[in-house]
Design a protein around this ligand. Structure first.
Ligand code: GDP
Length: 419
């Protein structure tokens, strides 16, 4: 039943918060785009008339919106959720990531392979490929050993990023727009600031993988302190890995767990002030075995031996699932806020600019209409006056003609009489 719980049942995964939000915001921006296009056509007509309804500057601003909206749409299509894994070499980062991916994608237990940053992201192609820094052409890789070969054949320095483009259709996490970054083993000499600057500023979640046989090191703490300085309130998970090792000393489990928990809480709550102790205990620290989780999830019979679980593994598998659930909730919520909030604000600005411009034009055209109406009334009044003038003029002219003709008649009669 544990296997069933872990099955790739992504339908109601918390990650959907992000994927649905992405679909919604894409639709909204497509609507904005068609509104902007309509407005552009309309305003091109308006600017041709000599009414001065819109200034040339405003007209240019509006014409540029089309490109802006398209740019935002393309950024949205590339927006994703990003998680960075870090910790000392061999603590089990690659194994944790493979367990979450439900497949052995990353080479495990080969120190040299994770000497650089490794990013796993989705591709629509059906074939996996690998992109080495300095080359634009991804190289096809069809299995794990070719990934290892591709990595070991290339000289990549520790601050560079190798991308593994993994077919979306093969993995739910990747299909749902999660990008996973594996970092080189952290040690005191690592250039942590540069790492953060280059690869972590847009990360939504950080996962520290610690070996339960050791403790959190100074370098790991320093990294998180630097992260917390650059990013406000980073989301940090601590995985106490290799918890299966405790199966050998069952009488020690509880006390060792309490010690780890106490140190983890001191760090997350008292030093970094990221959350309260209850929240950290329930949702931020997990005691897991990545090795067992990977065994349990990787259903490929050719790569997954059927044995290898230690005593008490069921509890650790449940704990791993709990971690995944909390992780998915946390990463999707954060990514929606950090990535889509700025798009929402830009969308509002665009709509406001369009509305204001159109209202302004309506107001101007109404003023013009009113002026025309006033002119019309004035002209009508003038017309009436002139008509009246004309009529009275004609009346007086008629009168005069009558007078003149009477006068002429009289004079003619007079003359006739005289004669
Ligand atoms: P990374 O260097 O942090 O990426 O560590 P890897 O994932 O490569 O793991 C180093 C070695 O530890 C590999 O041989 C793994 O099989 C082993 N390993 C990883 N996780 C566990 C675990 O939970 N329990 C045990 N017993 N071994 C583990």
């Amino acid at each position: 039943s544990i296997r069933q719980n872990n099955a790739t049942n992504g339908g109601n995964s918390p990650l959907k918060l992000f994927t649905h939000a992405k679909i919604t915001i894409t639709d909204i921006f497509k609507n904005i785009s068609s509104y902007v296009n309509d407005s552009n056509i309309y305003m091109t007509d308006v600017i041709k008339s000599d009414r001065n309804l819109i200034t040339t500057d405003k007209y240019k601003d509006i014409q540029q919106l089309k490109e802006k909206v398209n740019r935002i749409l393309s950024i949205i299509s590339r927006d994703h959720m990003k998680v960075v894994f870090f910790g000392r070499t061999s603590n089990g980062k690659s194994t944790v990531m493979n367990a979450m991916l439900r497949e052995r994608i990353l080479p495990v237990g080969m120190g040299h392979t994770t000497n650089c940053f490794l990013q796993i992201e989705g591709t629509d192609r059906i074939e996996a490929s690998i992109l080495i820094p300095g080359s634009d052409e991804p190289k096809s890789v069809n299995n794990l050993s070719s990934i290892s070969n591709a990595l070991s054949n290339e000289k990549v320095d520790s601050d560079s990023l190798v991308k593994i483009l993994w077919p979306k259709e093969k993995c739910r996490l990747i299909r749902d727009d999660v990008v996973l970054v594996d970092s080189p083993g952290i040690d005191v000499s690592a250039n942590l600031d540069q790492w953060i600057e280059k690869y972590c500023l847009d990360a939504d979640v950080f996962v520290l993988v610690v070996s339960a046989e050791a403790t959190i090191t100074v370098a790991e703490k320093k990294f998180l302190h630097n992260v917390a300085q650059r990013l406000s309130n980073p989301n940090i998970f601590i995985l106490m890995n290799r918890w299966d090792a405790t199966a050998n000393e069952p009488e020690m489990v509880e006390s060792v767990k309490q010690q780890h928990l106490e140190r983890g809480l001191e760090f997350l709550c008292d030093e970094l002030h990221l959350c309260d102790r209850k929240e950290a205990t329930e949702n931020r620290m997990f005691f897991i075995s990545a090795r067992e989780a990977l065994l349990n999830r990787n259903t490929d019979p050719t790569t997954s031996p059927r044995s290898g679980y230690n005593e008490g593994y069921k509890e650790r598998l449940v704990e791993f699932s709990k971690f995944e659930h909390e992780f998915e909730k946390c990463i999707s919520k954060t990514a929606v806020q950090t990535k889509f909030e700025q798009h929402t604000n830009r969308g509002k600005e665009i709509i406001t600019l369009l509305c204001e411009t159109i209202v302004n034009m309506i107001n101007k055209s109404q003023t013009i209409k009113q002026e025309c109406q006033e002119k019309l009334v004035e002209m009508e009044e003038k017309n009436i006056f002139l008509e009246h003038e004309l009529r009275s003029m004609t009346d007086s002219a008629k009168e005069r003609i009558r007078h003149v003709s009477e006068d002429v008649y009289k004079r003619v009669a007079q003359t006739l009489n005289d004669e």
